[in-house]
Design a protein around this ligand. Sequence first.
Ligand code: PEP
Length: 249
Amino acid sequence: MRQKIIVGNWKMHGTLADAHSYVKTLLPYLQSIEGKRVLLAVPFTALSRMAEWCSGSSVELGVQNIFDQEKGPFTGEISAFMAQDAGARFTLIGHSERRKIFHETDEWIHRKVVRALSCLQPIVCVGETLEERDTGKANEVIRKQIIGALHGLSMQEACRIILAYEPVWAIGTGMNATAEIANAMHKHCRSVIWELFSEEVSNKVHILYGGSVKPDNMESFVHQESIDGVLVGGASLDPSQFIQMIRHI
Ligand code: PEP
């Protein structure tokens, strides 16, 4: 049995005051939660204070991106090691907003995955556009993104990856995939991981669904056998909605 995971992605939102008041609502609730992983991908600016405020709680903090080098003349970038030093335990990699706005390629994402594995757990995001889905290319696109990101990893490294299937057309649009589409795509992701590594690895890797998940639609996803949890953007910004989703995962 794979453990259920919920990840909140705050994107570029929130002052330190916002983050502090969020934590004050969330942490008392988490004391009664067992057997689920609750992760928050926060802005870099909030990370070290969040690490202080969340110390001793079960919430795991992470970042939304890292650079692919350890240090050097890379103005404006943050390394995996720096993120870890500030309190991160995981990083999102290859979120569709980064692929689209910052032109992240599969090759670049692969370098970030390799770098992250030295000190953080990578959450690798994959997803097809609406045009790719409508033209029957979704499976092929997802296969290419998974192989591009994960090729060459050892079996042990591959088992530490969390994959997030997030159809681009469902992110921030209010249009989510049906639970059946999501489950079918998750099975496809597992078959690609099997092809790349082994059946054992494909059974161990956690695969999350993301794309307009909200308290009122999340149960349909988490009841699918191949879906190990959810990655939530917009709805994770409100701690009471996030708490409702933690409850149902
Ligand atoms: C995301 O940021 O990965 C995401 C799924 O966003 P939203 O839940 O807002 O669609």
